[in-house]
Design a protein. Structure first.
Length: 459
């Protein structure tokens, strides 16, 4: 039995789903007999480029289209395995031979970007002066690799991924025909995992359809594909925002114990962030994109991404005990209010920045650092988070600030004068980058994951 994506491959332009902006133009060109000599179909894999190329080739010649048919006037070439100039020269020589049955001799060149430079040059000579009976239909997933000289001589059509609504309706129609009992929420998961590719979505539907003789549920698909549940993803993001390391550790440990791979967790987190991006989540998004199935220590990278505080996240404020109530806001009573209602109110002037004085040299190190932070919060807000989340020490009348990266060091250096002014007289300020060794990193991870125990192995 054929695979679903082959059984439901369109055979006419009217059957093509989701590419109406292309099929309408091609159908009109065929009807009015205004076909071009070269077409270039561009788009992601699984969007129907090759299917439309075959349909166009058959309908242009008036041939009935069946998947297994073979017409001598329709020649398919895989550029990935025919990249050389000799292959294209052979094509050029045969192109001048008139078609045997149809009106046109049509060449379908798949993955055309794989041709060598010399092969492209040989193809260009045919495209510049094509025989009247020849049509080239080229397809590629990488338009930028096709020379501009080829693009300029072709009609270019951009194929797009299916939007979720179109794909969901398409899968529901197929499920009805195939008598596949499946929940709508389960189909939505397939649509999401298919990523807009018709072929991938149908292949996934076929894989899922064999899981159960009963109605296929979202829970069944989530377990079968090893996907984290939506609530777990939401909880991870919430814990990241609040830098709740204990909860992050617990959630990750639970997901990994269920057999869910770190790259899949990262993928779900990325989709969640993209659907609702905020400034505080953008640093997390950047880190998550480095985690894939081939990543070394993918679980460690995921843990570090979630546990490393973001500079976009403001330091958490102390929380009130449930039994406590916020202090009352003092009510100010007006003084010297004019008797006349017509008298305009005095102009309000903005409150000037609070001036912070240098602490006494005998002040404790803790109070000195507190004064530096207060000064930064008041006069250098862009580096306040860097200082609050970083490390420092005060030794021999010197404040040593350890930045977490070269970028942060540069930003802090720009505010050196302000920070120095918050120190006692005769105190110095040094700013350097803290180099984290691999042992430090692993020790921190081991501590987060609950510690470790050294094991001796006797060989």
């Amino acid at each position: 039995m054929k695979a679903l994506y082959r059984r439901y491959r369109p055979k006419t332009l009217s059957e093509v789903v989701g590419q109406k902006q292309i099929t309408d133009v091609l159908a009109r060109a065929i009807k009015e007999q205004k076909l071009a000599h070269a077409y270039l179909f561009v788009g992601p894999r699984g969007t129907g480029k090759t299917s439309v190329a075959r349909i166009l080739a058959h309908e242009a010649n008036g041939f009935p289209y069946e998947l297994e048919d073979d017409y001598v006037d329709i020649i398919e070439i895989d550029a990935a395995s025919n990249t050389g100039v000799d292959n294209i020269r052979d094509l050029r020589e045969k192109a001048f031979i008139a078609p045997t049955v149809g009106k046109y001799k049509i060449y379908i060149i798949d993955e055309v970007h794989m041709l060598s430079k010399s092969a492209f040059n040989a193809l260009l000579k045919t495209l510049e002066e094509p025989p009247e009976h020849v049509i080239f239909i080229m397809a590629t997933t990488e338009k930028h690799k096709v020379p501009i000289t080829i693009l300029s001589r072709s009609q270019v059509f951009q194929f797009k991924l299916a939007d979720p609504g179109t794909m969901l309706a398409h899968l529901q129609k197929i499920c009805k025909k195939e008598h596949i009992a499946i929940e709508t929420d389960a189909l939505r998961i397939i649509v999401k995992r298919g990523g807009g590719s018709y072929r991938d979505s149908l292949s996934l539907l076929e894989q899922i359809s064999g899981l159960s003789d009963k109605t296929i549920t979202a829970q069944l698909i989530t377990d079968a594909l090893g996907l984290p549940r939506d609530e777990a993803v939401s909880q991870l993001i919430f814990a990241y925002k609040n830098q709740d390391i204990a909860t992050i550790r617990q959630l990750l440990a639970g997901l990994i114990e269920q057999g869910i791979k770190a790259d899949l967790i990262a993928s779900e987190l990325i989709e969640a962030v993209i659907s609702d991006p905020t400034p505080e989540l953008l640093p997390l998004l950047e880190k998550l994109t480095t985690i894939d199935a081939q990543s070394s220590y993918a679980e460690v990278k995921l843990l570090l991404a979630l546990c490393e505080p973001s500079t976009q996240i403001a330091p958490t404020r102390p929380k009130l005990n449930p039994s406590q109530t916020p202090p009352p806001i003092p009510q100010q009573t007006p003084q010297n209010v004019p008797d006349s209602a017509d008298t305009p109110p005095a102009e309000l002037k903005p409150e000037p920045p609070r001036k912070l004085t240098r602490p006494d040299p005998n002040t404790s190190a803790e109070d000195i650092w507190r004064n530096v932070l207060a000064t930064a919060e008041n006069q250098a807000k862009n580096v306040y988070n860097f200082l609050a989340s970083g490390e420092h020490e005060i030794v021999d009348q010197t404040l040593k600030i350890y930045a977490q990266s070269s970028f942060k060091k540069q930003q802090i250096e720009k505010k050196r004068a302000i920070l120095t002014g918050a120190l006692p007289e005769n105190y110095e300020l040094t700013i350097s980058v803290k180099k984290i060794t691999k042992d430090d990193e692993l020790a921190a991870i081991a501590d987060i994951m609950g510690g470790g125990e050294e094991v001796q192995i006797n060989e």
